[in-house]
Design a protein around this ligand. Structure first.
Ligand code: NAP
Ligand code: GLV
Length: 313
């Protein structure tokens, strides 16, 4: 089994060691520009087009993340980039679901218990108890009920908060009121106090966090975007903060990353910004899952996490 590896800004040697441990029989190499030698599997994050284009030998491409938008953008920009016979397989959880649940729960509880406002009061040396938000109307709406969204929604429901979830097809998640499809989108939004975005970035979901969507939430709502920057119309969020429709936002992902130093988000005190770190790709867990799937494919078995290229996730 020949494996080709590419992940920018990382120590490839540590990944290759981990793969060698999991698959002692495999021939492993880090892809370098100009390498067109044969391989059975590619393991990649944000690969350059040149690495994949025209490769008829690959049986599967393993994406070292949950989101496949970057790799599918290569295909959309230049159809035929992705090898026709290779399955595209993304990571399923591999330790990202608990990280995402920690991040989102922290943000939701911070707003529920008004820690963001106490932080401001502390800076002003003001001792001022605030009325608590009523828990029963502090409704959290989770966009996307996949591997990450369903886990986040269930974690929040365990705090006794009203939790809703929205997906493309109908889903059942214990403790969560679910909505599906465009026809139920407005009903999902109506009454939501905290909107959490965990949708994949596809042509259907781009710009979903826009003025219309934000206007359907409860006045003074909160936004938590942990999916992709392309979901958010940035000017619409700034306008909603200015009007008071949105009280505060926690953003982990941005249209341009790193967020440029002169971006207006940095100057907005009601914005909490983190550098795309809500759920990191964990090496050990990811290699274990990918290696297991490679062995299953070698045995001719089906594996989970296969991306539907037409659907975009
Ligand atoms: P997933 O398992 O594929 O789940 C996607 C969910 O979104 C599914 O419930 C799906 O509906 C729903 N969905 C897709 N298109 C939709 C549409 N047009 N309308 C309504 N619902 C739609 O993905 P995941 O593993 O949970 O990951 C979600 C995203 O999180 C990734 O794509 C990535 O962008 C982001 N992410 C971010 C970080 C970070 O560090 N910030 C880390 C990991 C992942 P169905 O259930 O009906 O298919
Ligand atoms: C990270 O953003 C991922 O998609 O895994």
């Amino acid at each position: 089994m020949k494996i080709l590896f590419y992940m920018p800004d990382t120590e490839a040697a540590a990944w290759l060691r981990e793969f060698a441990h999991a698959l002692p029989e495999a021939e492993l190499r880090e892809w370098q520009p100009g390498d067109t030698q044969s391989a059975d599997f590619a393991v990649v994050w944000r690969p350059p087009r040149e690495m994949l284009a025209g490769r008829a030998d690959l049986r599967a491409i393993f994406n070292l993340g949950a989101g496949v938008d970057a790799i599918l953008a290569l295909e959309r920009e230049q159809p035929g980039t992705l090898p026709r016979n290779a399955q595209l397989i993304r990571l399923e959880d591999t330790g990202m679901a608990p990280q995402m649940a920690e991040y989102v729960t922290h943000a939701v509880l911070r707003y529920l218990r008004r820690f963001d406002e106490y932080q401001t009061l502390q800076r002003e040396r003001r001792w001022q108890p605030l009325d608590p938000h009523p828990r029963e109307t502090f409704t959290v709406g989770v966009l996307g009920l996949g591997v990450l969204g369903a886990h986040v929604a269930q974690t929040l429901a365990a705090f006794g908060l009203p939790v809703r979830g929205y997906s493309r097809g109908a889903r059942q998640v214990e403790g969560v009121t679910t909505f599906a499809g465009e026809a139920q989108f407005d009903a999902f939004l109506d009454g939501v106090k905290v909107l959490v975005n965990l949708l994949p970035h596809t042509p259907d979901t781009a710009n979903v966090l826009n003025a219309r969507t934000l206007s359907k939430l409860v006045r003074g709502a909160y936004l938590i975007n942990v999916a992709r920057g392309a979901h958010l119309v940035e000017a619409d969020l700034l306008a909603a903060l200015a009007s008071g429709q949105i009280a505060a936002a926690t953003l982990d992902v941005f249209r341009e990353e790193p967020l440029p130093p002169d971006h207006p988000f940095w100057r907005e005190p009601r914005m909490t910004i983190t550098p795309h770190t809500s759920a990191l790709t964990l090496r050990e867990e990811s290699v274990a899952q990918v290696a297991q799937k490679m062995l299953a494919l070698e045995r001719g078995e089906a594996v989970g996490g296969v991306v539907n290229i037409e659907r975009g996730y």
